[in-house]
Design a protein. Structure first.
Lengths: 566, 439
């Protein structure tokens, strides 16, 4: 008995498919299926060899075996070079990519005013590595630039822009090779941000300062304390690196360590916390854009508290027990908690507020150019239970009281300082929220040519209509003129708009301010968010008193240097 | 087209490929154009065309594809060695020169391969003696843990490379004479028949001694190769698959025994299964090879632009990984295909050989090279545990290059002689004489 040729070919085909299935899905298959497949394969091969072998000369058979051996080589070659290549590239001890990074000069990273914050320095007498990475400003830029390390990988812009920084010189394309990155950050401004976050005795305070150019999304300063020095991590000695990493990593005694347990955490965009009254800008946007509430009408009752629906859910009280009320502009100026709780519960309801928080980038990864995966989402609760009735004159839900809490930036609401800076920036930019970015351009130059590649400015969100943004600006200017920021943010020669926040976290408070500033009669040129964390609540700490002066220092520096420049 | 004209055309193409690769590798490495490219091309072309005219004069009817394929493998290998280490390249060039002379000598003086046939026992003894040479104190030296070298003046020679050819000749001659006796079943146990032991004894003795010597020298790759050669030739001569299966079971038993007893065997197997466990130690060479090949990806880093020198012994055992890194899946597949084409041209020669001895010798020699390529590439790719043998014609190494050129000389001589014999038969069997004139 012999097998017909078509049948033989079919068997060969089935064997091939089975081999591929076994090879490629072997990790996902259960062992029973794997065994089954294996034995089917084996019996098919035996059938084939038996019937084919009988017809062929021994030399043909040996040749066929050798051919099978070469097919195995070819299959394995495909696996090593293509299918499993990325897996092999990440095997511990495979430092080929790193050697590429350290074997050639890497592009520099510069601030907008030309300060070098990362560069490759030639090393003498090291066999494997010709360069080491230096970070002349240490901790000042760690949270944006990150590091590139021999044994602990890379992070931040060093990781995200690796391709630009390491581009191979291609001899066929004349101008190619590693590019420099130019940041939007202004070095002087960054230093002011760090200095002003310290208290009057020069001690560091926990917190973040973020400054953004509203029209472009360029980050002009980003500082959060604590930070870390990337220099030892970029060292060429494994010992030194491990020592530095051990020191920075969270205490192994901590269960489920959080981002904030290590200075590696860029709190400005990796840690979210209660935004307090700064969140009222979001609620006010929703009210202006999505309901009939205007800046000057209706008037909300003058009261010291808003009673939340349902018995026993308590009430939302104004700061310090004061009474206030009036139109929306007044509510913003005086930061009336009761009025905002009422707007959220009665005028807005859950859906509109949820939509508005989304338009400001909450519950999403902000597309920052250090790689969105590094960024922590701001959070706004979305579950308010079932609709009950509108017997009270507004749409009541199971969890409407939570909405009242959320309206003043308490309860479960959490925001990153970066996100709140973007809120201020988008108000200042006619309601358009831009993609935030550290890197504004990449620059390639060699002895002959120099090529600047300006990165595209892109709009991320329509946060508010232009009219609403204008209304909000007017109200925020009023906050500085007569409201909660009047003592700290009135700067001669500048028009400043702001919203303060003092968020309760147990006994302590977070002091917040979001603000923007420009020359009188012109569009705002810089938006800022400042968060000073964990201030003792009893000393009359408010966002205006503690965070306001920091924002002021940033504005003063920014506009003074601008005057000098131009 | 006539085989010789095909050969000439293909040789020109092989020279161009070799020189193009050399040009790109130099450009990639130094970012400068090589200054010696024209003399290089002239030398390569000169050598190959010279050998071609030897073929044209002495064995005009030989297969026309084999020599260009060998030239291409040798040329690409030289190009890679030159890119890896210019010092080695100089001596590889010298060895290539000597190899081509050995090839020409084989072709010119080995008029009839069958003259070897009566000297079967001399061949067996010669093979074993050649293998034993490195064990002689003062003469033998140890390189990379294997005692398989002898030093003659300034040069190291691997007599084992020649011994493989000699042993293949012994097997071919012995089997050609005794294959019918070996195929005969004199004893039956159950349904399986066994041959008379006395006909098997010389085979087992010669190969057994060779194997033991190689294992003692820690040359696992060569012992695996000799064993494969033995099985394959017995099978091809007798057509009895039972010998293959018994041989394989013996091998499995022996391998298992070696694995339980010998540390260095266990080490090999462990690094084969999981090379990444000890990336800096035992698994270093094989891991670096995997890293290099993965780095190459689909289209490679480009000639001269990768870092294959990180792999230990990359110029000989691991040269395939260097190609895979710099030329990628595309280039490495091309190398595999060139080797396959080369093997298939050898198999064709074996199939058309005019005598049983020549058929078996050609079979043994070409399969030797085929399986040798498989063993070393398989080791590089982790299809098999890594055992150090050279990749024929590609790897750095004088002894292997010379003995491989001798093999190609023998194969092409067999090819020519079989065409001549077939034509003579044709002339004797019919009156159509013009066919002879056409060749």
């Amino acid at each position: 008995m012999t097998l017909g040729k078509p049948l033989r070919n079919l068997i060969v085909f089935i064997i091939g498919v089975l081999i591929l299935v076994l090879l490629e899905f072997s990790d996902d298959l259960s062992s029973a299926i794997k065994l089954g497949l294996f034995f089917t394969l084996l019996s098919l091969i035996i059938v084939l060899v038996y019937f084919v072998g009988k017809e062929m000369s021994p030399l043909h058979n040996v040749t066929a075996v050798l051919l099978c051996c070469f097919i195995a080589l070819f299959v394995q070659l495909n696996r090593v070079q293509v299918l499993q290549a990325s897996e092999i590239e990440t095997v511990a001890g495979n430092n080929r990519e790193l050697q590429r990074n350290f074997g050639q000069e890497r592009g520099r990273i510069l601030t907008s005013d030309g300060q070098v914050v990362a560069l490759s320095e030639p090393v003498e007498g090291n066999d494997s590595f010709n360069f080491r990475r230096r970070y002349p400003h240490g901790e000042l830029y760690a949270h944006s630039v990150g590091y590139v390390s021999l044994i602990s990988g890379s992070t931040g812009l060093e990781a995200e822009y690796n391709e630009e920084l390491t581009a191979q010189e291609n001899i066929l394309l004349l101008d190619s090779g590693p590019s420099d990155l130019v940041l939007g950050i202004d070095h002087e401004l960054q230093m002011v941000a760090r200095e002003s976050l310290k208290d009057s005795n020069g001690n560091d305070r926990l917190g973040s300062v973020v400054a953004i150019e509203p029209s472009t999304g360029d980050i002009k300063a980003l500082w959060s304390y604590p930070s870390y020095n990337p220099e030892p991590i970029a060292s060429l000695s494994a010992e030194e690196i491990n020592l530095a990493i051990d020191e920075l990593e969270p205490d192994p005694g901590i269960e489920n360590p959080k981002c904030t347990d290590t200075p590696l955490c860029a709190k400005a965009y990796q840690d979210r916390t209660v935004p307090g009254s700064t969140f009222k800008i979001v609620v006010a946007t929703a009210a202006l854009d999505r309901t009939g509430v205007g800046l000057f009408s209706p008037d909300f009752p003058v009261t010291d508290a808003y009673d939340l629906p349902f018995n026993g859910t308590g009430s939302i009280r104004n700061y310090g027990g004061s009474s206030c009320g009036g139109d929306l502009k007044t509510l913003i100026t005086k930061s009336c908690n009761a009025g905002f709780a009422q707007i959220a519960v009665e005028d807005l309801g859950p859906e509109k507020l949820i939509d508005q928080t989304k338009a400001y980038g909450f519950n999403q990864k902000v597309p920052l150019d250090v790689g969105p995966s590094l960024v922590t989402e701001s959070f706004f609760p979305e579950d308010y239970g079932n609709y009950i009735s509108d017997s009270l004159g507004y749409r009541l839900f199971d969890n409407s009281p939570k909405l009242g809490q959320a309206a003043i930036g308490q309860s479960e609401v959490q925001a990153t300082p970066l996100n709140m800076a973007m809120v201020a920036a988008s108000v200042a930019n006619d309601g358009d929220m831009m993609y935030p970015r550290f890197v504004t351009e990449t620059k390639y130059s060699d002895s002959q040519t120099s090529r600047v590649n300006k990165l595209e400015v892109k709009k991320w969100k329509d946060s508010a209509s232009r009219e609403t943004a204008d209304d909000l600006k007017e109200a925020m200017y009023q906050v500085v003129e007569t409201g909660t920021a009047r003592n700290s943010l009135q700067i001669p020669g500048l028009e400043v708009g702001a919203k303060t926040g003092t968020a309760d976290i147990g006994d302590d408070v977070h002091a917040w301010v979001i603000a923007f500033a420009g020359r009188p009669g012109q569009e705002p040129e810089l938006a800022v968010a400042v968060l000073v964390e964990r201030q003792q609540g009893d000393a009359g700490v408010t966002g205006g008193k503690v965070a306001g002066p920091i924002a002021r220092a940033v504005f003063e520096q920014y506009f003074s240097s601008e005057t000098i420049d131009g | 087209m006539k085989p010789r004209n095909v050969e000439l055309l293909l040789l020109v193409l092989a020279s161009i490929l070799t020189c193009g690769g050399y040009y790109l590798a130099t450009l990639g490495q130094t970012a400068e154009l090589p200054t010696d490219i024209v003399p290089f091309l002239v030398v390569v072309l000169g050598l190959l065309v010279g050998a071609h005219f030897v073929i044209r004069m002495f064995i005009p009817f030989a297969d026309g594809i084999m020599f260009p394929l060998v030239a291409l493998l040798n040329g690409l290998g030289y190009m890679m060695i030159a890119r890896l280490d210019p010092d080695l390249a100089a001596s590889q060039a010298a060895w290539t020169f000597i190899g081509l002379f050995a090839f020409s000598g084989t072709v010119i003086f080995f008029k009839d391969v069958r003259f070897l046939e009566p000297f079967r026992y001399t061949l067996a003894v010669a093979g074993v003696v050649l293998l034993l040479l490195p064990l002689i104190p003062e003469l033998g030296t140890k390189i990379n843990g294997a005692q398989i070298w002898i030093r003659v003046g300034p040069i190291s020679i691997q007599p084992g490379e020649i011994a493989k050819v000699v042993l293949a000749a012994f097997l071919a001659s012995y089997l050609a004479e005794k294959k019918d006796f070996i195929a005969l079943e004199v004893r039956k146990i159950g349904r399986i028949g066994f041959p008379a032991f006395k006909y098997f004894a010389p085979l087992i003795f010669a190969c057994g001694v060779a194997l033991v010597v190689m294992v003692l020298q820690r040359d696992l790759g060569s012992s695996l190769l000799i064993f494969t050669l033995f099985l394959v030739m017995v099978y091809v001569a007798t057509g009895r698959s039972i010998y293959v299966f018994s041989g394989l079971s013996l091998f499995a038993g022996g391998a298992f025994f070696a694995w339980t007893r010998f540390n260095h065997v266990q080490e090999r197997v462990a690094t084969w299964l999981d090379p990444y466990k000890d990336v800096k130690g035992d698994g270093f060479q094989i891991s670096e090879a995997q890293f290099a090949m993965a780095d190459g990806g689909f289209s490679g880093t480009g000639l001269g632009l990768g870092t294959p020198s990180k792999i230990p012994v990359v110029e000989s055992d691991m040269i395939f990984a260097a190609f895979a890194e710099e030329l990628g899946l595309l280039g490495a597949s091309a190398i595999l295909i060139i080797i396959l084409l080369f093997v298939s041209s050898g198999i064709r020669i074996a199939l058309s050989a005019s005598s049983e001895f020549e058929r078996l010798l050609a079979t043994g020699l070409i399969l030797l090279l085929g399986f040798q390529s498989f063993i070393i590439i398989g080791g590089t790719l982790r299809v098999l545990p890594l055992t150090g043998v050279t990749l024929p014609f590609v790897s750095y190494g004088g002894s292997s290059l010379i003995s491989n050129y001798v093999i190609v000389g023998i194969l092409m001589r067999i090819s020519h002689n079989s065409v001549v014999a077939a034509t003579q038969e044709l002339v004797e069997g019919s009156d159509v004489k013009w066919k002879v004139a056409k060749g």
